[in-house]
Write a new protein. Structure first.
Length: 231
């Protein structure tokens, strides 16, 4: 597995290269926003991306946004800013998770394994396995549960691992009114997904933006004061 790291602190970078290398990961590092964006022009040849927030010539949000335009590879932010504002900003740009500095390498490795496991987009129960034999229509989009791919007019739409898992919650409960607390319980797992009431709103908004074009009916309906429903 290859990990793409953008971090300007040479001490942190060297520590990550050594620690992750000992865990069996191949590591590629960059220290600036410009270098990382130039690398992305050649495509994505890595499995996980670790992004620092503050960089000498920009920030990790810009890199994450550019990456999300071409790939759904898992993204974790490395941030010294452990607060809700920076977390929401990261999620807005398509991040799957974040970890605050200073962090323990074992915790980071656990987070990497968790987002990789979730990014497999595998169906996990008998009903989903049955549904995987069918193509699911969501508005003007077509979801193939067996491959985890979403197509619109023949073009693929990329969702992050967390966005995809949330979409599956709605697909499994189509036509039902889901309270926010019910959705949060579905989204949380032992791997420690960072999903709370605020970030749920972010995820729903991101799914709508990706699956709805101008003039489309909403793919997810907001029931004010209660929750959401997908018809």
């Amino acid at each position: 597995m290859k990990i793409f790291i953008v971090e300007d602190d040479p001490i942190i970078t060297e520590g990550l290269k050594i620690a992750l290398g000992q865990e069996g990961y191949e590591v590629e590092t960059h220290a600036t926003c410009g270098d990382a964006l130039e690398k992305l022009k050649g495509g994505v040849d890595f499995d996980v991306c670790l992004l620092d927030v503050m960089l000498p010539d920009g920030d990790g949000y810009r890199i994450c946004k550019a990456l999300r335009e071409i790939s759904d590879v898992p993204v974790l932010f490395l941030t010294a800013c452990d607060d809700e504002v920076h977390t929401v900003l990261a999620l807005e740009q398509g991040a799957d998770d974040y970890i605050a500095k200073p962090f323990r390498i074992r915790e980071l490795v656990a987070r990497i394994k968790a987002v990789m496991r979730r990014s497999g987009k595998s169906v996990t129960n008998a009903q989903e396995e049955k549904d995987a034999q069918e193509l699911i229509r969501i508005g003007e989009n077509e979801l193939n549960l067996s491959t985890g791919r979403i197509l619109r007019g023949g073009e693929e739409i990329f969702l992050s691992a967390a966005e995809y898992r949330l979409l599956l919650v709605f697909v499994r409960n189509r036509g039902k009114l889901l309270t926010r607390s019910h959705i949060l319980n579905e989204m949380w797992d032992s791997a420690g997904d960072f999903v709370n009431d605020n970030t749920l709103t972010v995820y729903v908004r991101r799914i709508r933006k990706k699956l709805e074009a101008e003039g489309d009916a909403p793919v997810i309906e907001t029931v004010r004061g209660v929750g959401y429903r997908m018809d």
